[in-house]
Design a protein around this ligand. Structure first.
Ligand SMILES: Nc1ncnc2c1ncn2[C@@H]1O[C@H](COP(=O)(O)OP(=O)(O)O)[C@@H](O)[C@H]1O
Ligand SMILES: [Mg+2]
Length: 179
């Protein structure tokens, strides 16, 4: 089992804010609300166990970018699905990656100017950008099956990207749009 992204000394993090997502629709809506705030080069690391809601969230982002009718398969076998949005949108699922270095074969270098959504980032922890926004989805709980806890975290690196993520989350939490 790969080491946890958060216990790795390479990516220390602190929590900026936490949310409770009551339904899959809310999780997708959160992604849809985030999309217009994202810029070329932004990277979202989507962490959490199987069934936590990572792909549901990614689907919300992608359909906001490309249209609600857009088919959004989970890239669990292909490892990568790219979308012709502005900026370009790349959706990775690294669960089946065997070695971190294999990520280069997916066109990793060409993805740097895109918005990247990356499920299972801990499969390639050393290669993950240190200025990414980490979305940590909690373990589903049988007592509240449609609820998910979500923590937004960043590496304590300071600098412009930290301000960018802070202002993105401020807009998101202050906009008070119903999710
Ligand atoms: N609040 C919620 N947010 C996201 N998904 C949820 C939620 N409640 C239940 N679900 C269900 O959990 C599953 C999440 O699947 P998926 O998004 O593919 O997870 P992952 O990509 O993390 O493995 C879906 O079947 C979804 O309908
Ligand atoms: Mg998934």
């Amino acid at each position: 089992m790969a080491p946890s992204l958060y216990s790795s000394p390479m990516i220390q993090s602190h929590t900026l804010t936490s949310l409770t997502l009551e339904t899959p629709t809310q999780t997708a809506a959160l992604g849809a609300h985030l999309w217009p705030l994202l810029q070329s080069g932004d990277c979202l690391l989507l962490s959490g166990p199987l069934g936590a809601g990572k792909t549901t969230f990614a689907r919300g982002v992608i359909q906001a970018a490309c249209g609600h009718e857009t088919d959004v398969p989970s890239p669990s076998f292909s490892l990568l699905q790219t979308y012709d949005a502005t900026p370009a949108l790349w959706h990775f699922d690294l669960y089946r990656l065997e070695q971190p270095d294999e990520i280069w074969e997916l066109g990793w270098e060409e993805s740097f100017d895109a918005v990247r959504l990356i499920e299972w980032p801990q499969k390639a922890t050393p290669l993950m950008p240190k200025d990414a926004l980490l979305l940590s989805f909690g373990e589903p709980d049988a007592k509240t099956p449609t609820q998910r806890q979500l923590h937004f975290q960043i590496s304590p690196v300071g600098g412009p990207q930290e301000q960018h993520w802070q202002s993105v989350l401020n807009i998101l939490t202050n906009s008070r749009k119903p999710l």
